[in-house]
Design a protein. Structure first.
Length: 526
């Protein structure tokens, strides 16, 4: 079923109309686009540089070429407006293989050949005269991370004789001097270039692409003319996010969900659809968005680990915090957080937030993984276990039980799990309404050992660390100190040398973990 096109012609009725620019140095293209825009009630503006509009690297392909063009135009002009670029390509079937010929290079190829030369080559190759002309447009909208793309095409055949008709004066793109003078579109007996303008609209590749563009502009203009009661204006982001408000917002609650692969985090977030005024943020999705902004998109755990170490271990949390601040949702659920730094940032930003651990036996999680046919490489329990270890290297899952304020064991039926989720949500919302302070938790052996290690500041033996824990509070035995610290190699580096006692030393991430553990038991001194 063909989708009906939006009704045009309403632009004159709008109080607000988008300003759109066409970046091109081709006068014929500009005139054709401006005419179509004018017919639909829009003014099309133009700007051009003192040199070629943009560098054309045809090896990038159409999407790559247009995306680079958008970036180069922004860099040259510092553009803060809506604009689009367009490129044309041609495929002559007899000369093409997997790649189109002449493709995007048609503007260089066409002036160097004659119709007679091409006609002779076609006849030598069996006279397959099929051809196609493409128009591709990339539209830049400042509030979108990626351009919008539109496509139009004219499928037909190259005429048997050279063009002899006179070009149109009023519509100069309808001419014998371009490929429009050679191609006869399917369903017609005329060359595209010799058609009357109204007739050409049904066949013209660029008109088709511009019509798709205008369809989108119609929707956008309708959106910006909605009355205020049709939308919500989100609050601006606090320019000083590190400064906590003196007045808590009791109606806003943040839940930070952690857990291993296939433990049930996605089911938890999906269950939130049962509630009103809920927003769900998935950490890996936010990470990919950050990657798109920087041009480096991690594709696996190893790459994500390196990427976070370069951009900041709490970068995902900072982005999510901004999203939460801009929204008015009553309940915000963040799933898939993997670093203690992320949890620390969000717990400081939203003091009433709760950390929920979803846990399940590894064998059960592996069976879920196989059933869901996720990650085809993880087909054995050994490979699945190896992936678990990669996830633990981010830090959070090394000490999930120490960090979690609420734990859900998800090893039963789906209905049983949903009931547990319901109970936890009810518990969290009731706690959020309470005005009393949280009850401080006891310091774990890991917490006490890490504090002693950081207090020493240098590599220290288990005996030295154990002795200091006694001075700082409840002592931790030497053996237990070793047992606790060896579970967190990212935060306590183990040093083993022949002939010397085992020692541990803090890492660059140790202070963040200690700060999180302090925060969770009510000892945050920041």
């Amino acid at each position: 079923m063909k989708r009906p096109r939006p009704h045009y012609g309403n632009a004159f009725e709008y109080d607000r109309v988008l300003n759109v620019f066409f970046y091109t140095s081709n006068t014929e293209k500009l005139l054709q686009a401006r005419l179509l825009f004018m017919r639909h009630g829009y003014e099309l503006r133009n700007f051009r540089g003192k040199r070629e509009p943009y560098n054309e690297d045809y090896e990038l392909g159409t999407t790559g070429l247009l995306s680079r063009a958008i970036d180069q135009v922004k860099a040259e002009f510092g553009v803060r407006s809506i604009f689009f670029v367009e490129d044309t390509s041609v495929r002559i079937e007899a000369f093409s293989g997997p790649n189109d010929f002449p493709g995007l290079a048609v503007k260089e190829w066409f002036p160097q050949v004659t119709f007679e030369q091409v006609d002779k080559q076609l006849r030598q190759k069996g006279n397959d005269r099929r051809a196609k002309v493409n128009s591709d447009i990339a539209l830049y909208i400042p509030t979108l991370k990626s351009p919008l793309f539109f496509h139009g095409e004219t499928v037909g055949r190259i005429a048997d004789t050279s063009p002899t008709f006179e070009p149109s004066v009023q519509y100069p793109w309808l001419t014998s001097k371009t490929f429009n003078g050679w191609i006869i579109p399917e369903g017609s007996t005329k060359r595209l270039g010799e058609m009357e303008f109204e007739e050409s609209l049904h066949y013209d590749f660029r008109s088709k692409a511009l019509t798709e563009l205008l369809s989108t502009l119609e929707l956008l203009n309708a959106g910006i003319n909605l009355r205020p009661n049709f939308y919500t204006t989100r609050r601006a982001v606090n320019p000083y996010p590190e400064q906590l408000s003196l007045i808590e917002e009791p109606d806003r609650q943040v839940i930070l969900v952690i857990g291993a692969k296939c433990s049930g985090k996605t089911t938890f977030s999906d269950y939130m659809a049962n509630y009103e005024s809920v927003r769900v943020y998935e950490a890996s999705t936010v990470l990919r968005g950050i990657g798109q902004e920087t041009g480096v998109i991690p594709s696996n755990s190893e790459e994500a680990l390196v990427f976070l170490s370069e951009i900041g271990w709490d970068s995902v949390a900072r982005k999510i915090a901004d999203y939460i601040d801009k929204d008015d949702a009553r309940l915000n659920v963040v799933t898939g957080l993997r670093t203690p730094e992320e949890l620390l940032f969000l717990r400081r930003r939203f003091p009433s937030a709760r950390v929920v651990l979803i846990d399940a036996d590894q064998r059960i999680r592996f069976e879920r993984h196989i059933k869901r046919a996720r990650d085809g490489d993880l087909t054995t329990i050994k490979s699945f276990s190896a992936e678990d270890e990669k996830q633990r290297m981010f830090g959070t899952l090394r000490l999930a039980s120490d960090i979690a304020e609420i734990t859900i064991i998800n090893e039963g039926t789906h209905n049983q799990y949903c009931q547990k989720i319901e109970d936890v949500i009810r518990q969290i919302l009731q706690t959020a309404r309470s005005t009393g302070p949280r009850e401080n938790r006891a310091l774990s052996e890991l917490h006490r050992s890490l504090r002693a290690l950081i207090t020493i500041g240098l590599a220290a033996t288990c005996e030295e660390i154990s002795a200091l824990t006694g001075e700082l509070g409840a002592p931790v035995r030497k053996y237990n100190t070793n047992r606790a610290l060896k579970t967190v190699p990212e935060f306590a580096q183990r040093i083993e040398r022949k002939g010397a006692k085992l020692r541990y030393q803090p890492t660059a991430r140790s202070l963040s973990l200690l700060a999180l553990l302090d925060l969770l038991v009510g000892l945050d001194r920041r």
